[in-house]
Design a protein around this ligand. Structure first.
Ligand code: LLP
Length: 420
C-alpha cells in the first residue's frame, strides 16, 4: 500500500472490503474539505458534479459553501435532492447553474420550473429559453477558438469541439439576450480538463479581450474547471494561489474597464474529489501468457472507465489478504492488471490508443486487494452496466465513521427495467 497516495490505511480498506464486498468505491470526506479549502480565495466555487454526483457528496459540498453545476436533468434533480436551489447564496451566486449546448424538452421544462440559471453553449438555447421564460438568468459559455486537455477527448475549445458559443458570435448572442429580455449574469470559458498555466494565461487574456471588444456588461466571469491533480507519484500539485492570481487579475481588469464590480467563479470537478477516492478490487485470478503476467481483478472498465477511454494512469497498490503478511518480502513483478469484462480493452494498465502496459507491483495472489488510487472523480459517475454488471457500492469515510452512501445495484433491478 502506498500511504502517500491514499487517505486510508490498509487495515481500514481490508475491513471495508469485508463488510461491503468488492469492487467498492471508498471516499474520504477530509480530503474533499482540504481541496475545497485550497480554493477559498475564489468568490465562488461551483462543483462540476459530473465528476461525482453522489448526493451525499453534494451535501458535503453544500455544508462547505460550495455551489454546483448541473449538466442534465438528472444532475439538477440530484442538486435539488441535496438541498440546493436556484436561490443566490451570500456571495450572490445561484446554488445551481445548468450548463449545456442544447436543451431536451424535459430539461427545458425543469430549468424554467425551478428558475435555474442557464449557462448556454448555443444561440438556439437562448431562443428556446427566451421564448418561454423572459427575464431568465443566463451565462454565455464561450468557445475562445482554442482549447487544451489531458487527451483530445477532454479538450473543450477550438473548432473541433462542439462546446460553447463561438467567440465571434458573442455580439449575435448578446442581441438575442436583448431580444428575449434575458438577464445576462456573465461569461464562462472552460477550455478543457487537465489544463496548464500557459493555456490558462491564454484563456484569461481571451476573456479580457472579449469583454473589451464588445463592452458587454456583466456581473461575473467563470473560469470553468479543468484543474489537474497529480495522478502520478512525484508529479507536482497545481499551485492554486498562482491559478487564482491569474484569474483574479483578469477579473480586476474587466471590473476596472466596466467600472463596476465583477465576481469570479471557478468550476472544478476533478480537483475537489479525485484524490478523495479509491476503487477497491479483489484479485481473482493470475496467469502468465507469453511475456505478460496478468493480474485479474473483479472491477472492470464498467466501473472505472478512464484507463480504457483515455489511457489514463492511476497509481495502484496491493494489500495482502493476510494482515500479518509483510508485502515487501514478495518479489516485484511487471504486471498487466485487467478486469472481468468480455472485452480485450478491459485493462487498467494501458496507455493512449489502447497499448497494453506493464506495471511493477508486488507479485499478486488471489485474495489480495488491489487499490486504484485517485478515482474519486470520473469513476463512479462514468460507470455503466456493460456485461450486465450492477453498479457497485460507495462508502464515505468521515473521521472515524464509514457510511454506505450508495448500495450495490442488483441484477434483479436491471431486469426489472425490461418487465414491460
Ligand atoms: N465545467 C465544464 C463546463 C466542463 O465541461 C467540465 C468537464 C468541468 C467544468 C470540470 O472539469 P474538471 O475540473 O473536472 O477538469 N471524463 C474525463 C473528464 C471530462 C470532463 C468534461 N467536462 C476524465 O475522466 O478525465
Amino acid at each position: 500500500m502506498n500511504p502517500s497516495r491514499s487517505p486510508f490505511s490498509a487495515a481500514q480498506l481490508r475491513a471495508l472490503a469485508r463488510e461491503h464486498g468488492t469492487p467498492l468505491w471508498v471516499y474520504d470526506a477530509a480530503t474533499i474539505r482540504e481541496r475545497i479549502a485550497d480554493l477559498q480565495a475564489f468568490n465562488t466555487v461551483r462543483f462540476a458534479q459530473k465528476a461525482n454526483s453522489n448526493t451525499h457528496l453534494l451535501r458535503l459540498m453544500r455544508a462547505q459553501g460550495v455551489v454546483v453545476d448541473a449538466v442534465s436533468r438528472g444532475e439538477i434533480e440530484r442538486a435539488l435532492a441535496a438541498g440546493y436551489s436556484a436561490e443566490p447564496n451570500a456571495q450572490g451566486a445561484s446554488g445551481i447553474v445548468f450548463t449545456a449546448d442544447l436543451f431536451d424538452a424535459a430539461t427545458l421544462d425543469t430549468v424554467i420550473r425551478h428558475k435555474i440559471p442557464v449557462n448556454a453553449g448555443s444561440i438556439d438555447m437562448l431562443d428556446q429559453l427566451g421564448a418561454r421564460s423572459p427575464g431568465h438568468a443566463v451565462w454565455l459559455r464561450i468557445n475562445p477558438g482554442f482549447g487544451h486537455g489531458h487527451s483530445n477527448k477532454t479538450n473543450t475549445g477550438g473548432e473541433h469541439s462542439k462546446h460553447g458559443i463561438w467567440h465571434s458570435d458573442l455580439p449575435a448572442a448578446l442581441a438575442r439576450i436583448g431580444l428575449h429580455k434575458l438577464h445576462l449574469v456573465g461569461l464562462h470559458m472552460h477550455i478543457g480538463s487537465g489544463v496548464d498555466y500557459s493555456h490558462l494565461q491564454q484563456v484569461c487574456a481571451a476573456m479580457v479581450a472579449l469583454v473589451k471588444q464588445t463592452g458587454v456588461k456583466l456581473e461575473a466571469i467563470s473560469a470553468g474547471g479543468g484543474l489537474s491533480i497529480p495522478y502520478r507519484d512525484g508529479e507536482p500539485r497545481i499551485d492554486t494561489a498562482h491559478y487564482f492570481s491569474l484569474w483574479d487579475a483578469a477579473r480586476r481588469e474587466i471590473a476596472s474597464h466596466l467600472g463596476q464590480p465583477v465576481k469570479l467563479e471557478l468550476e472544478p470537478g476533478r480537483y475537489l474529489v479525485a484524490e478523495s477516492g479509491v476503487l477497491l478490487a479483489e484479485v481473482r485470478a493470475t496467469k502468465r501468457m507469453g511475456g505478460n503476467d496478468f493480474v485479474l481483478v473483479d472491477a472492470g472498465f464498467s466501473d472505472l472507465m478512464r484507463p480504457a477511454m483515455y489511457g489514463s494512469h492511476h497509481e495502484m497498490s496491493l494489500i495482502p489478504a493476510d494482515a500479518a503478511e509483510d508485502l515487501s518480502a514478495r518479489p516485484l513483478q511487471a504486471s498487466v492488471v485487467a478486469g472481468p469484462l468480455c472485452e480485450s480493452g478491459d485493462v487498467f494498465t494501458q496507455g493512449e490508443g489502447g497499448v497494453v502496459l506493464q506495471r511493477e507491483l508486488p507479485q499478486a495472489r488471489v485474495g489480495d486487494l488491489l487499490v486504484l488510487h485517485d478515482t474519486g472523480a470520473y469513476g463512479a459517475s462514468m460507470s455503466s452496466n456493460y456485461n450486465s454488471r450492477p453498479l457497485i457500492a460507495e462508502v464515505l469515510v468521515d473521521g472515524g465513521e464509514a457510511r454506505l452512501i450508495r448500495r450495490r445495484q442488483t441484477v434483479e433491478e436491471l431486469l426489472a427495467l425490461e418487465s414491460v
